[in-house]
Design a protein around this ligand. Sequence first.
Ligand code: GLU
Length: 475
Amino acid sequence: MSKETIRVRFAPSPTGFPHLGNIRTALFNWLFARHHNGYFVLRIEDTDVARMVEGATESILHSLRWLGFDWDEGPIFQSDRLDIYRGVADKLLKGEIAYHCYCSPRRLEEMRQEQTKKKQPPGYDRHCRTLTRKQKDEYEANGIAPVVRFASPLDGKTSFHDLLRGEIVFDNSTLDDFVLLKSDGYPTYHLANIADDHLMEISHVLRADEWLSSTPRHILLYNALGWQPPQFAHLPMILGPDKSKLSKRHGATAVTEYEQKGYLPEALFNFLALLGWSLDDKTEIMSSKEIIKNFSLDRISTTAAVFNREKLDWMNGVYIRNLPVTEFSRRAVPFLETLEVNRPLDDHYISRVMPLVQERAKTLAEIQELTGFFFHDKLVYDVHLLLNKLERQQAVYALQVSLSKLESLELWDSIYLEEIIRPLADELQLKTGVLFGLLRVAITGRTAAPPLFQTMEVLGKEICIRRLRAALVKL
Ligand code: GLU
């Protein structure tokens, strides 16, 4: 592999369903790979058996595919590679840079409590670091399965250059002898992660900044193994609108929820790209092609990005409006399928309804609400809606006059309907808005709906007449 080849990885742990933060990390890695004609490796870090969540891996793969990311290698599962990590742990044991620890969970817990009581920093007290051969043999004879711990240097400093944050220095005295291999033979994150980044020839690690404190441990491991570490960039945090770390409290965070709510993947892609990266200070709407072309680490901010739901809704609306109407209809269909109406849905009818709401819909899921009256047989609405700024008598009379005009119509198109109804307002001495409002509620059951006459045209004469009569009955 040439020295310049860019190889990045997305390395999620299937301990939960992917949220926006996880996927933003995937996106930045993917963009970096695609911009540099490099490789994007997908690695599933499934070594924490106790914390695994059923279905999480599928959800990760699904979310990545839905957003249009492809990967050049993988998915590679760490659980298939346990021998490799054991081999690396052995190498460290042989070099005496790692050691067996026989401490029981109980002893560790007591140690922790003691440390809290004495207000000491938490961390392993290195009890087993200096065991004699004889002591070790005793533990072994008692059948105690050890963990493998890294023998961290006791003093000095570990530093690395973060591509976004510059020089980062840690005092080794703050790093404890962390576990590399658990007693069940599974590696910890630290061991498996660095072994794979090395073996998979990862050139750049772009990851969430919550991992920053793990990086000095990783650097120490690379050095101990005589391996060249990759370059690191720790991505800025994503905060909720209240400036605390983005979490479930801030509403939907799982990517699949956005899919179900009718966000377009290309809109979410664009939105996520701008959570921490920007082209300049103003450009918002960009295709994935443009983002790939312009993506660079120097435009990633080092301050936290703030998740702004209104902006996402706005952006999704822009993407919806920009879809060709046939494509918009096609994407709307799955959301109409959930309406409780007679089947099958008529494609031709759908293609006439959809242009009427494309301007207004901010999500595809909203289409159900916006267009339900096109598909339902009966409208359910509150009779008071018919009486906005009207006495009951006035409303009845206006509906009767409208009905008599409309019933005799031969031609039923929006232009003609408007020519007939608009002058009626004067005739009835009503404001046009008031008359239109009355008819709108009678015909759609809603006070806000797509343009009245186009709506009437699409619904057709029979349904409109039937609904106007039903409104009279209600009154
Ligand atoms: N498995 C870790 C995670 O779930 C990977 C962190 C890293 O990229 O090193 O995020």
